[in-house]
Write a protein that binds this ligand. Structure first.
Ligand code: C5P
Length: 400
C-alpha cells in the first residue's frame, strides 16, 4: 500500500483501542495515514497515540485548536484515496446516513470524492435495531463499503454479532480494495455515456417522446466516474448533476448524434444507454398546430441509428449498447450486437416486474462479442451500472 493516502476515522466506541493497531499496520504497509477522531473517540484513546504511530498530526475539532491539526476538512477530504471509519458507532452511521456534518470527521466524509469504508462495531441489539439496519442499507445504496462486524464476545459481556473484526482483517480488506481498484480503475479513459429518451419536436409546444427516465445512464456515468474515468454524459433528460462529470444536454436524436460524434474520435468507450427515438416528425411546424381538424396525420421519418454509425466508424473504441425488448430478448439482443458491431450489449425485458423504465431496479443479461452471456438477478440500477463498468474495465484490460 505504498504511497496510498488513507484517512482513518475513529469514533467513540470501546473498540477504538484496536484502531491503534489498524493505524500501525497501515503505516507499516507503507500508507500515508491521517487520523481524524470524534470527540467521543478521544475518551477511549488518546490522539497522541495516533500521532506517534502515524507521525502525522491528529485532527479532532473542526474549529477549536485542541489538538494539532493543520488541515481543513476539505483538504483531508481531497487528500484521501480512502476514508476508513473503524470503529463506526451506531450514532456515527446514523449521522452519515443523514448527511449530518457537525464535526470534522462527518464533514470530511460529506466533502470527499474518495471511497468511504466503514467498519461498524457495537452491541448486537444496537446493530440489529431497524434504525441501524436501515442506516446501513442507505449507506450501502450510496456506495459506501461496509466491513461486516464479527461475531464473538462483546465489551458489554454478551456474545453476538457486533465486534470490530481483527485489525489484520480490516487491513487485508483495505489492501484488497486497492488491488481491485487497480484492476478496475479507468483513470485516463474517456467514456461517453448517453442517457434518457430523446425528444422529437412536432411543433414549438409538442413532441414525441418515450418512457426512458435516464436513470440507468446517470448511474453508468456516476459509476464510470467512481472508477476514475473522464466522463461525458450526453443526455436528453435532466437529473441531478454528478460531481466531476461533464454534462451535455440534448433533445433530439440528431442533436445527440452530433454531440456523440464530436467526441467519438478521442473516446475510449461509448455506453449508449439512451432510448433514441427511432422516428422523428418529417415536417416540424414552426408555429403551434391548431386543433381545428378532427384528425391530424404526422408523417414520421427514420432517425439515424447513432450506435450503428459508431459501429461502422469504430477504431479501438469499446462500444456498449442496450436492448430493451418485450419478447425474444436474447435473440434480438445478439442480433443487435452483431449488426451494430458492439463489444457488449445489455439486454433487458422491459415488461418484467422491476425492470425497464422509471423504476430504480433492472433485470439484465450482458452479452459479449463472442457469445458469452451473463445473467443478473433483479438489482438496483446503481449496482447494475457498477457491474457494467467493471466489465468494461476488464474489456480494456484484456485489450491492453
Ligand atoms: O435497435 P435498437 O433501438 O433496439 O437498439 C438499441 C441500442 O441502439 C441502444 O443502445 C440505443 O441507445 C441505440 N440506438 C441508437 N440510435 C437509434 C436507436 C437506438 O444509437 N436511432
Amino acid at each position: 500500500m505504498k504511497g496510498k493516502k488513507i484517512v482513518l476515522g475513529i469514533t467513540g466506541g470501546i473498540a477504538a483501542y484496536k484502531s491503534a493497531e489498524i493505524a500501525s499496520r497501515l503505516k507499516k504497509s507503507g500508507a500515508d495515514v491521517r487520523v481524524v477522531m470524534t470527540r467521543h473517540a478521544t475518551e477511549f484513546i488518546s490522539p497522541r497515540t495516533f500521532q506517534e504511530i502515524t507521525k502525522n498530526p491528529v485532527a479532532v475539532e473542526m474549529f477549536a485548536d485542541v489538538v494539532n491539526f493543520d488541515e481543513s476538512h476539505i483538504s483531508l477530504a481531497n487528500f484521501a484515496d480512502v476514508i476508513l471509519i473503524a470503529p463506526a458507532t451506531a450514532n456515527f452511521l446514523a449521522k452519515m446516513a443523514h448527511g449530518i456534518a457537525d464535526d470534522l470527521l462527518t464533514t470530511t466524509i460529506l466533502a470527499t470524492p474518495a471511497q468511504v469504508i466503514v467498519s461498524p462495531a457495537m452491541n448486537t441489539v444496537m446493530l440489529e435495531n431497524p434504525a441501524t439496519q436501515d442506516n446501513l442499507k442507505i449507506l450501502k445504496s450510496r456506495g459506501i463499503k461496509i466491513i461486516e462486524p464479527a461475531t464473538g464476545k462483546l465489551a458489554c459481556g454478551t456474545v453476538g454479532k457486533g465486534r470490530l473484526p481483527e485489525p489484520a482483517e480490516i487491513c487485508a480488506y483495505i489492501e484488497k480494495f486497492f488491488d481491485d481498484d487497480k484492476n478496475l480503475n479507468l483513470r485516463g479513459k474517456k467514456i461517453l455515456v448517453t442517457a434518457g429518451g430523446t425528444v422529437e419536436p412536432i411543433d414549438p409546444v409538442r413532441y414525441i417522446g418515450n418512457r426512458s427516465s435516464g436513470k440507468m445512464g446517470f448511474e453508468l456515468a456516476a459509476a464510470s466516474r467512481r472508477h476514475g474515468a473522464d466522463v461525458i454524459l450526453i443526455s436528453a433528460k435532466d437529473l441531478p448533476v454528478i460531481d466531476g462529470v461533464q454534462f451535455v444536454k440534448v433533445e433530439s436524436a440528431e442533436e445527440m448524434r452530433v454531440a456523440v460524434l464530436s467526441e467519438y474520435d478521442t473516446a475510449d468507450a461509448v455506453i449508449m444507454s439512451a432510448a433514441v427515438s427511432d422516428y422523428r416528425v418529417k415536417n416540424f411546424s414552426a408555429q403551434k398546430i391548431k386543433k381545428d381538424a378532427d384528425t391530424l396525420t404526422l408523417e414520421l421519418v427514420k432517425n439515424p441509428d447513432i450506435l450503428k454509425e459508431l459501429g461502422r466508424l469504430k477504431k479501438s473504441q469499446v462500444l456498449i449498447g442496450f436492448a430493451a425488448e418485450t419478447e425474444n430478448l436474447l435473440e434480438y439482443a445478439r442480433k443487435k450486437l452483431d449488426e451494430k458491431n458492439l463489444d457488449m450489449i445489455v439486454a433487458n425485458d422491459v415488461t418484467a416486474e422491476g425492470a425497464g423504465f422509471s423504476v430504480d431496479t433492472n433485470i439484465a443479461s450482458l452479452i459479449y462479442r463472442g457469445g458469452t452471456v451473463e445473467n443478473f438477478p433483479k438489482m438496483s440500477k446503481r449496482d447494475l451500472a457498477e457491474k457494467i463498468v467493471e466489465r468494461l474495465a476488464k474489456i480494456f484490460q484484456s485489450g491492453e
